[in-house]
Write a protein that binds this ligand. Structure first.
Ligand code: SF4
Length: 317
């Protein structure tokens, strides 16, 4: 069942030099109990899409969409009230998400007190249970600790426990493993996957890392210059990308290149958000560009559940 449905989302800021289009046209459909990856380079609109969902787009932002719905509610008017109740954020920097001068116990209790009418003793039991659910050992002792006494991986687990304490069933995980070393990051991803299976959570996984998509995502959407350019099962995008940008992201992975050879970088830069786009947004960087690419590319479909935006109708080279 669909939990989040977005069609033609745009986020625009006025500026002296004309509108800044942080998000130009994003489409997302996320099923309950799944992990959906939102993939792209820095500046492609991933985080701003997440902020719009949370009702946290910066002041002055103009948000427009044909459909912008969470569990049947219009996010244009309900995003702020759903934040911290149904929708929670797990950011890439857990140290910044935690208050350095308050113990973990106090910070867990603040969240639980806001979201339940339980007496203090029951809130403490709930805090211990939530920390345990995130795989933290010695939760009783942890309640007395300050964030700086915890490793980055432990801090991220506490942030996830806080998100669970709000009762949220939809987590926006914005590059949740970027600040962690590879092993600890893998453990945090495994934890999210476990929580989805056990608690029926739904996760929007914002990432630039295809390995993260491979590890945990059921489906994924690839963004480029604020546009959804490919959407489908994560496995299909990883093994048979249809859009040349998705193919280039995969080709740039270290594992895609034999040892000793140069990594395949994507030449050029993402268009500036102040730059109007006519035709295909990827045309200036695309190895397959054709004269027709200066016209807006049509939506293509490969089967019922894989779509992309390109003049090419086959597999990307
Ligand atoms: Fe490349 Fe043309 Fe497809 Fe754009 S429409 S991604 S330029 S082939």
């Amino acid at each position: 069942m669909t939990l989040l449905e977005i069609k033609a989302l745009s986020v625009t800021f006025p500026s002296n030099t004309g509108p800044v289009q942080a998000v130009r046209r994003v489409d997302l459909q996320i099923e309950r109990g799944s992990i959906h990856g939102l993939i792209g380079e820095s500046g492609c609109g991933k985080t701003m899409t997440g902020m719009a969902l949370l009702g946290l787009a910066p002041q002055g932002a103009r948000i427009a969409a044909d459909v912008f719905r969470f569990d049947g509610m219009d996010l244009t008017t309900h995003a702020a009230s759903l934040r911290g109740r149904r929708i929670a954020l797990i950011s890439q920097d857990p140290a910044a998400a935690l208050n350095p001068v308050l113990t973990i116990g106090r910070q867990m209790d603040d969240v639980l007190r806001t979201h339940s009418a339980q007496p203090k003793a029951e809130r403490r039991v709930a805090a211990v249970a939530l920390l345990t659910a995130t795989g933290l050992a010695g939760p009783e002792l942890l309640l007395k600790r300050y964030p700086h006494q915890l490793s980055g991986g432990m801090q991220q687990r506490v942030v996830i426990a806080q998100a669970l304490a709000t009762g949220a069933d939809f987590l926006i995980a914005d590059e949740p493993t970027t600040a962690l070393d590879v092993t600890v990051g893998a453990q945090v991803l495994a934890l999210l996957r476990k929580l989805v299976a056990e608690r029926g959570l739904t996760v929007l996984m914002i990432t630039h890392d295809m390995d993260v998509v491979a590890a945990v995502c059921d489906r994924a959407t690839v963004l480029y210059a604020g546009l959804s350019v490919e959407e489908g099962p994560a496995r299909a995008i990883l093994t048979h990308p249809r859009h040349p940008y998705a193919a280039a992201l995969l080709a740039a992975l270290p594992d895609a290149v034999p040892h000793g050879q140069r990594l395949a970088a994507i030449e050029g830069r993402i268009p500036s958000p102040t730059q109007p786009i006519t035709g295909c947004a990827f045309a200036l960087r695309c190895p397959s560009v054709m004269p027709v690419c200066h016209e807006v590319p049509p939506p293509r479909r490969g089967g019922s559940d894989h779509g992309w935006l390109c003049h090419l109708d086959g597999q990307a080279p």
